[in-house]
Design a protein around this ligand. Structure first.
Ligand SMILES: Nc1ncnc2c1ncn2[C@@H]1O[C@H](COP(=O)(O)OP(=O)(O)O)[C@@H](O)[C@H]1O
Ligand SMILES: [Mg+2]
Length: 240
């Protein structure tokens, strides 16, 4: 469905992503794990069309079976092709209500009745958001803002959902809740998911395929459950 071929990201003189090859098969949860600064956000932001200075190929095969190279695409075109990003740090609009934030996620669509249906579906996934649909985004708790960011990404009705550290800074109970929802989105709603995480244990437990990124390069890849037992992964990411 998605294949990064020798993809590089450069910010001026900083070579943040140094030729990664990553494959995401339709229907899978694929996780990208790595320490701070490894280049994880740069990778998904490049796919989303949010950074300049991207080279290499970002081959994407949409639902229509057509394969295109997304390198250099505008963000709105990437969304239209069926890819959505729930960004790191939540990035919801604090002065807009929960409901208005969700509407923004559907900006690329014009099918009003279907948008309303999807909103109800997002509310069913996150009942807290329904209860607080009138509340300003900025006044939500951290966990609720994270749910709103995921919900907003879902409002474009993506085939490929990219989540950049959805569990960052959340209490353990909410981390569990977010991971349950990720699993459900994959199993029940057939979403393909590219999941960036520092919570390596939780991510590897649900991932079909996993990649470990270190200073801009993939150093290890394999099925999530396999990497969980890899001595190097254990030592560096799972606390020994
Ligand atoms: N907009 C930017 N301008 C310059 N350097 C950046 C920018 N964004 C990220 N970087 C640098 O690129 C590297 C990778 O960052 P990032 O992709 O955010 O890593 P991660 O998400 O794995 O923590 C870091 O060295 C970071 O400082
Ligand atoms: Mg990041």
């Amino acid at each position: 469905m998605l294949e990064l071929k020798d993809m590089h990201v450069r910010y001026g003189g900083i070579h943040a992503v140094q030729g990664v090859n990553i494959k995401v098969n339709r229907g899978d949860i694929v996780t990208l794990i790595g320490a701070n600064g490894a280049g994880k956000s740069s990778t998904v932001r490049a796919i989303a069309g949010l950074v300049k200075g991207v080279t290499g190929q970002i081959m994407y095969t949409g639902n229509d079976g057509r394969t295109v190279n997304l390198t250099g695409s505008q963000p709105e075109n990437v969304v239209r092709r069926g890819i959505a990003l729930s960004p790191e740090g939540r990035r919801i609009l604090p002065h807009l209500t929960v409901s208005e934030n969700l509407d923004l996620g559907a900006y690329s669509r014009s099918d009003k009745p279907e948008i309303e249906k999807d909103k109800e579906w997002v509310y069913s996934l996150f009942p807290r958001l329904k209860e607080r649909h009138w509340q300003k985004g900025g006044t939500l708790s951290g966990g609720e803002q994270q749910m709103l960011a995921v919900g907003r990404a879902l409002m474009s009705r993506p085939d490929l959902l990219m989540l950049d550290e959805p569990s960052l800074g959340l209490a353990p109970i909410l981390v569990q809740e977010i991971f349950e929802i990720i699993k459900r989105l994959n199993q029940e709603d057939k979403k393909t998911i590219l999941l960036i995480e520092q919570n390596a244990y939780a991510a590897l437990s649900i991932a079909h395929q996993a990649y470990i990124l270190e200073v801009g390069s993939i150093v290890l890849e394999g099925p999530g459950k396999e990497l969980m037992h890899d001595p190097k992964v254990k030592e560096a990411y799972l606390g020994g």
